[in-house]
Ligand binder design. Structure first.
Ligand SMILES: [Zn+2]
Length: 330
């Protein structure tokens, strides 16, 4: 009995000792690192992950609407590939994503007047009172840059600036298009503005314009040059070569009707990939050189209200013909 009592006591003592040792040992290592590490991990973790989710959700917010919008676009049967190529453009170059996701500054919106026939035409009166020599990429993802907007040419004979002629024709064209039921957006309605060529193209892209008409006047060292020419991208344009066919169709219509409305000489359809205002377009566009301000006879016409009206009627007739075989995009 005594022996068994001693054994029991010994076992109990041993158990007590082990429990105390275990309890003491547990406290020391667990408590010291915990206060040090946990608070540090805490704030860093949540901040990082919330930042990530913000980025992820904002990039989703940007890309998802684009995809759905472009998916909705090809109600016209003729361009089933357009949304695919638009997506491919933005996805291709990793270093170019920032440039591809161009968003307009809040102060650049475009002046819009609603119409009834379903078609949206964006008119860009070229240039502005003062050029902006800051640089911007010539196309989505391009490393080559060009001035945001140049000051344009001017009459060699009385100094009248191109940006004013462009605006005068643009306002006449807007009036005609509104009378014919179009929704019309102007990239600018005043001369004292600062809107880059990318921003002008973005106004047309955001509107899903059925046509984007850029109005300009030409100039040359050779004062005998005259006539109407329209510029747009080649089929090999790395940014929007897929739009070459539509642009050519649009600009053929514009040129033919402008020539018959004015009797001007045919300077032709000229394919070029050097215009950032064309390269950034996701809609059919044409840069219309309405005449040469370095040719005395044509310069006088370009400043004449009646001739400007003829130019505007010709452009409107060309737009009518172009959209007649196409469903509205919007
Ligand atoms: Zn110009």
């Amino acid at each position: 009995m005594k022996k068994s009592m001693r054994r029991l006591l010994a076992v109990l003592c041993a158990a007590l000792f082990l429990l105390t040792a275990a309890a003491c040992g547990k406290d020391t290592p667990a408590s010291s690192p915990a206060p040090g590490t946990l608070p540090v991990i805490g704030p860093e973790g949540p901040e990082d992950s919330s930042a990530e989710t913000k980025e992820a959700s904002s990039s989703k917010a940007e890309s998802v609407p684009q995809i759905t919008e472009t998916d909705q676009q090809p109600s016209s049967k003729e361009q089933p590939t357009e949304p695919q190529t638009t997506e491919a453009q933005t996805e291709e170059p990793t270093t170019q994503d920032a440039a591809s996701d161009w968003t307009l500054p809040a102060n650049v919106t475009g002046f819009r007047t609603e119409g009834t026939n379903g078609y949206v035409i964006v008119i860009d009166p070229g240039h502005q009172e003062k050029g902006n020599s800051e640089k911007e990429p010539v196309g989505p993802g391009a490393t080559e840059t060009k001035a945001k907007v140049s000051s344009g040419t001017a009459s060699r004979f009385n100094g009248y600036p191109e940006y004013k002629v462009n605006m005068e024709v643009a306002l006449k064209l807007r009036q005609i298009l509104l009378e014919r039921g179009y929704t019309v957006i102007m990239t600018r309605t005043g001369n004292a503005v600062n809107i880059s060529n990318i921003e002008r193209a973005t106004i047309a892209n955001d509107a899903h314009a059925d046509a984007f008409v850029r109005l300009h006047c030409n100039g040359s060292e050779n004062n005998t040059f005259h006539g109407i020419g329209i510029y747009y991208q080649t089929p090999n344009n790395p940014y929007n070569g897929d739009l070459h066919g539509e642009a050519k169709a649009l600009n053929s219509c514009l040129l033919e009707h402008m020539l018959s409305a004015t009797g001007a000489r045919r300077d032709g359809l000229i394919e070029s990939d050097t215009y950032s205002g064309i390269n950034w377009c996701k809609v059919p566009a044409g840069l219309v050189e309405m005449g040469y301000m370095t040719n005395q006879e044509e310069d006088a016409k370009l400043q004449d209200q009646a001739y400007q009206q003829k130019l505007a009627v010709g452009i409107a007739d060309g737009i009518d013909e172009f959209v007649s075989t196409r469903a509205p995009k919007n």
